[in-house]
Ligand binder design. Structure first.
Ligand code: GUN
Ligand code: ZN
Length: 445
């Protein structure tokens, strides 16, 4: 067992008061193995109380520092690291001119491996300890990312990008080498082989990953839904209702579905552990479908602002009550930093679809990138699943050590914070990778 003495930030139990942050100025975080040998939080609270209960325990003292849950990136593309900051007239030209050409390069295993190494390092440097990530349509790109995450013992979920039409031929899924199995069938066979190889290995999880309905044939979506039914505890990830041209295209291709979102439900791709990026242009029937199926939304504010896609409707989501969390969506998104993403979400709330705009609280923003995102992933310990994104007892011990003195302006602004909200807002608005002094990963496997 090991303990850390510092200021502590964590969240109330979801069932009590979701989104309410708890803060202990002089706190103690005690970490040790659970019955399975996994390093989890054993105790969290005031140093003056807990230190008496753990006499003789090795304590690392971190004066002036804040320990907070590791961040969760609910939607990010590792093959798009080099695509950050590529301007375009909206999503579809951006995919064609910048994204697809870069993703083709991942056919080379060496390129996948070095990109995966950089990507995992960059997540950790920015305090991200769990990610739901896209790879490319090349199985080797998936192996490369899993291997690298495993080496760093990181909780990471990814999967083979399913795309069998409407993209450059050399980026579509490939037929078998002998030509006997067509690309659609082979992509589903490859997905299943990757599930068997990686899902549940240590902290790794597999996500069935249809890129988005317009680049998947009916047969591919049907096969993906069948895989999802066969493996109910794997994740599903895709994109939906991001951009008006994309929506018009999806409606043309799948006219029998009630809406773009409903297309996924019609193929058996909406359930718990299904995470859809963007979810901007929804009506209330779509919101109800999200809620009733237990699917979650990955809100990607820097991407939506950069590509001019629109504004996630927080008020609509809360009125109906579906799950959501925050995501960088690199490379449509402009930063790996959770602080930039939280600030982007604040802008989106201000600009959003209600007349007055919302002023999302800093506790609510931080929750969306930690405990809220864990809930959307089904990793909040609710039904005996592992728990991440919080520091309650039993949570896997993934956390960040923040240094609020990291820059002169941060030091000046945090020093005058009169309450927790002011402190959190100062870090959200002024923070970046310099605020993350250390990222600690639960060393279990
Ligand atoms: N829709 C389909 N593919 C993508 C992608 O790579 N990024 C974003 N933002 N939207 C998509
Ligand atoms: Zn995306």
């Amino acid at each position: 067992m090991k303990a850390y003495r510092a200021s502590l930030l964590w969240f109330a139990r979801q069932t009590d008061e979701p989104c309410r942050a708890l803060f202990e100025e002089d706190g103690l975080l005690v970490v040790g193995p659970n019955a399975d040998g996994i390093q989890v939080v054993q105790a969290v609270g005031a140093w003056r109380d807990l230190s008496l209960q753990y006499p003789g325990l090795a304590v690392e003292h971190l004066p002036g520092r804040i320990i907070a849950p590791g961040f969760i990136d609910l939607h990010v593309h590792y093959p798009q690291t080099n695509v950050i900051g590529s301007p375009a007239d909206g999503l579809l030209p951006w995919l064609e001119n910048h994204t697809f050409p870069e993703e083709k390069r991942f056919a080379a295993p060496g390129y996948s491996a070095q990109s995966a190494t950089f990507f995992i390092e960059e997540l950790l440097r920015n305090g991200v300890t769990t990610a739901l990530a896209f790879a490319t349509s090349h199985p080797e790109s998936v192996n490369a990312l899993f291997a690298q995450a495993q080496a760093r013992k990181m909780r990471l979920i990814t999967g083979l990008c399913l795309m069998d039409r409407h993209a450059p031929q050399d980026l579509l899924n490939s037929a078998s080498a002998d030509g006997r199995v067509n690309a659609t069938e082979q992509s589903l066979l490859d997905s299943e082989a990757l599930i068997q190889r990686w899902h549940g290995q240590g902290r790794l999880g597999y996500a069935i990953t249809p890129r988005f309905a317009p680049t998947c044939s009916d047969a591919q979506l049907r096969g993906a839904g069948e895989l999802a039914a066969k493996y109910p505890d794997v994740w599903i990830q895709s994109h939906v209702a991001e951009n008006k041209d994309e929506i018009a295209w999806a409606r043309e291709l799948f006219p029998r579905s009630r809406s773009y979102l409903a297309t996924y439900a019609d193929f058996g791709l909406m359930r718990k552990r299904a995470v859809y990026a963007h979810c901007i242009h929804f009506d209330d029937d779509d919101r109800t479908l999200m809620r009733d199926t237990g699917a979650g939304a990955a809100i990607s504010p820097t991407s939506n602002l950069f590509l001019g896609s629109g504004f996630f409707d927080y008020a609509g989501a809360d009125r109906v009550g579906f799950q959501y969390g925050l995501a960088s969506d690199v490379g449509g998104g402009t930063s790996f930093s959770p602080f930039h993403t939280m600030l982007g979400a604040y802008y989106v709330g201000r600009e959003g679809q209600t007349k007055q705009g919302l002023s999302l609280s800093p506790q609510q923003l931080w929750w969306q990138h930690t405990a809220g995102a864990a809930r959307a992933l089904g990793l909040d310990g609710a039904t005996g699943t592992p728990s991440v994104g919080n520091l309650l007892p039993g949570c896997e011990a993934d956390f960040v050590v923040l240094n609020p003195q990291a820059t002169p302006l941060l030091a000046r602004k945090t020093a005058i914070a009169a309450n927790l909200n002011e402190l959190l807002f100062a870090m959200i608005v002024l923070g970046d990778d310099r605020l993350i002094e250390r990222t600690v990963i639960s060393q279990a496997f």
